[in-house]
Design a binder for this molecule. Sequence first.
Ligand code: PHE
Length: 341
Amino acid sequence: NELLLQVKEFAISSKEELENYRLQFVSKKGAIGELFEELKKLSKEEKQKVGKTLNELKQLAEARFSEWQEKLESSASKATLDIDFTLPPVPEKLGNQHPLTLTRNRIIEIFERLGFSVADGPEIEDDWHNFSALNFPENHPAREMQDTFFVEKKGQNGAEQDLLLRTHTSNVQVRLMKDQKPPIRAIMPGRVYRNEAISARAHCFFHQVEGLYVDKNVGFADLKQTLYHFAKEMYGQDTKIRFRPSFFPFTEPSAEIDISCLICKGKGCNVCKYSGWVEIAGSGMVHPNVLKNCGIDPEEYTGFAFGMGIERITMLRYQVNDLRLYSENDLRFLRQFSTVV
Ligand code: PHE
């Protein structure tokens, strides 16, 4: 009876007190549990009598325990729901766009307004699309202009495959010309790979935007004017542009494109190596052999193509002086681009 009173009057108002209560009464090692142990020593009749009272006591103690457990839990969950919904929210910090993404999007924007669509193609490519179709002769040293990563030649059922990581986005030109009929007017952004030692000025992967325009009567003047327009849109109306004769197997004639150095305005600086000009793209008129390889009649159609490096264009845009910064994921670098569009 005394125990019954204790069970009934034990003060519970917190989780700690509930735990004390449990240890004292509910647990097997508690006061009631002990009595059950002693019960074993009694005679049969006594066992029945005392056992009944003990069981009642035990049930009462357990009922009170679960009642309080519930009470305390529901008041705890009530406390966490006690939020003032009228308070202004804490703004969530969104990530920034990568500077290369910002530049790529800007390039796309400029060319889309000229009527170029956007296309893409595979980064793991076969030899034909990356080289042969583009008029690189078999075993010709021109293939070594671009230090290629070759992919192990193991095809299904032992067939040999000439796979490689594309060295330029020009493979997509080939795919477009094979799949579509002129007029074709597209830009093709993407990642490319070359086996080069990593330094401030070179990396084993980087990004290009390829451009292609094939139609009747496309001439070199169209190429010039398109890229001149691009340079002014990208870097400002004062930007000058210059074409230097060059060589690519897939264009004839070929030209490298320089823009006037924005950093020193022609006075001479590290970026332009004191020449006042920086190279931004390779370009030219699509070689008749390339058109033929892709099933387009060079007598009927002509075209121009260009390929520019997104890293280089971003360097000039934001005055970044080390290519490696783009892929190191240093937040101090990346966070600087949050507000630039
Ligand atoms: N594919 C060339 C390169 O990676 C660039 C280029 C593209 C040149 C299209 C001419 C025409 O260097």
